[in-house]
Write a protein that binds this ligand. Structure first.
Ligand code: ATP
Length: 161
């Protein structure tokens, strides 16, 4: 299955805004309209929902989320950034572990089990991609999904018109 990245991100953001209208969503999708990825749509949606949901849960009064997409050499990077509580540097490598949550007491009030990012990371590995987390504690968090990307359509896939 191939997804049209721009279109699918657009749908996910529209759904997110419908449910969370208090958020300002800023998007910067620097990819062409016909950019496609060989990813199952429900997998892509699940990963995006996990990281958008986190961006929303762990933000404070700054209700703004930035979604961007850009080509890097051989890769397509999609990221979600929030200006919330951030993640301490020494815990960055831990938050994709199953059941790991920063500051248990504080996190409890936001619900969740600490599974979302572990699931997203596994899914990315299934596509030979990567999930990267950057953060400045107390300021912002940026979660980036990097997919291998070939400019040519995959052999035999034909070209949609
Ligand atoms: P759930 O199982 O519902 O996804 P969760 O949000 O706790 O629960 P993860 O998505 O795996 O689980 O996130 C793990 C931890 O990483 C969170 O508990 C939180 O402490 C931290 N975290 C994740 N995203 C962010 C973010 N955008 N800003 C700050 N902290 C974050």
């Amino acid at each position: 299955e191939n997804i049209r990245v721009k279109q699918v991100i657009g749908e996910i953001i529209e759904n997110f805004k419908f449910v969370n209208p208090e958020f300002r969503m800023l998007t910067r999708l620097e990819i062409s309209d016909d950019c496609v990825l060989p990813v199952q749509k429900n997998h892509f949606q699940q990963m995006m929902i996990i990281i958008l949901d986190n961006a929303m849960k762990y933000t404070r009064d700054q209700k703004e989320i930035r979604v961007s997409a850009a080509m890097e050499t051989g890769l397509l990077a999609i990221s979600v950034m929030d200006y919330g509580m951030g993640i301490p540097e020494d815990e960055l490598y831990l938050v994709t572990n199953r059941f790991y949550r920063v500051d248990k007491a504080r996190s409890r009030k936001h619900g969740g089990n600490g599974l979302g990012l572990a699931i997203a990371k596994r899914l990315m590995e299934g596509y030979a991609g990567e999930l990267q987390i950057d953060s400045v504690y107390g300021e912002w968090t940026k979660v980036t999904l990097r997919f291998p990307y070939k400019n040519e359509p995959a052999a035999g896939s034909g070209k949609e018109v």
